[in-house]
Design a protein around this ligand. Sequence first.
Ligand SMILES: NC(=O)c1ccc[n+]([C@@H]2O[C@H](COP(=O)([O-])OP(=O)(O)OC[C@H]3O[C@@H](n4cnc5c(N)ncnc54)[C@H](O)[C@@H]3O)[C@@H](O)[C@H]2O)c1
Length: 345
Amino acid sequence: MPRPRTLLVTGGAGFIGSRFVAHHLRAKPADRVIVLDALTYAGSLDNLTCLADAAERVQFVHGSVRSPQIVESVLADCDAVVHLAAETHVPRSISDSSVFFETDVLGTQTMAALAVSRAPRLERFVHVSSSEVYGTALQDAMDEQHPLEPYTPYAAAKCAADRLIHAFVQTYALPGVIVRPFNNYGPGQHLEKLLPRFITSALRGDPLTVHGDGLAARDWIFVDDTCAAIERLLDAPLETVRGQVFNVGTGIATDVITLAREVVRLVGASPELIEHVPDRPGQLQKHCADTTKTRTQLGFTTATALGDGLRATIDWYREHRAWWERQLWMRSVPVVGPDGTIRHW
Ligand SMILES: NC(=O)c1ccc[n+]([C@@H]2O[C@H](COP(=O)([O-])OP(=O)(O)OC[C@H]3O[C@@H](n4cnc5c(N)ncnc54)[C@H](O)[C@@H]3O)[C@@H](O)[C@H]2O)c1
């Protein structure tokens, strides 16, 4: 049996982070987890049910990845890091990108610099990047060699952080590995994101607004599959993953209009709720993972078909109205266009 480890999870009070912490505590019953999270609008202690279920194995630290003092103090006793903390909502980055570069880029720089100088036990640093770094697909499925052509300020910030980790591996021998998840969905995702917006609109009988013709296609991956892939990256021998990039997706692209129709059907709402609105800037037309490397080198494939994942996600939103009703006012972000008009994305 591998020896017990102490894991630092940044952004662990957010959507993927909280799901990953619960996943890890189940998968590794002897491990301890430290969650570092600034509790921005996107993070909540309500997401960390493990604070009640497994309190003796979890420590929550309220603080920012931008703070060297806090980061140094939490890194001191850690064996591994899963770095998820970030600003994550594309339209917000179009509205104001400054905090995206502060958190996603400079926060990652703080984490990486202190990981190489102040974490004597550290044996793994899993950096959670994003498929958004690729931009729109130049071929049907994008492998890890696809050019990096970010379309939005969020994607540009994630791209800088992704390459910064690569540089720290080369320059300082950071035991780093980079994972590029595609579009995650599942229970507990903030209402600003597309699928929770569709699901909660269908549940309430509100319009499901689809940008443009709705033919923009994405690779939708259930959040638990992403958590399982991160586990693989924590467990793989270092020499097989150090400095490497791994896509995490299903390899199947589904367009937004098909997804909207499927949500409406599964919820039992009227298809007439689906409305088209003008496209937003920086929209990617096609975005799908080539999963060959993750499958052949990590032995990882996703386990959740889109229909099953959607049903589980819809059930969760049906049962957790109080959790999401307080986010209703955040379902869209006002963005001022070059001509001064305000659009809600
Ligand atoms: N959700 C997706 O579809 C997706 C896809 C690919 C990659 N990712 C990446 O996965 C990671 C997690 O995404 P998510 O969807 O769970 O995001 P999220 O917005 O739900 O959660 C982000 C978390 O980071 C925390 N945070 C923000 N600024 C912080 C700071 N300065 N210091 C410490 N904590 C801070 C927030 O409080 C929140 O808990 C991000 O790095 C994101 O870029 C997400």
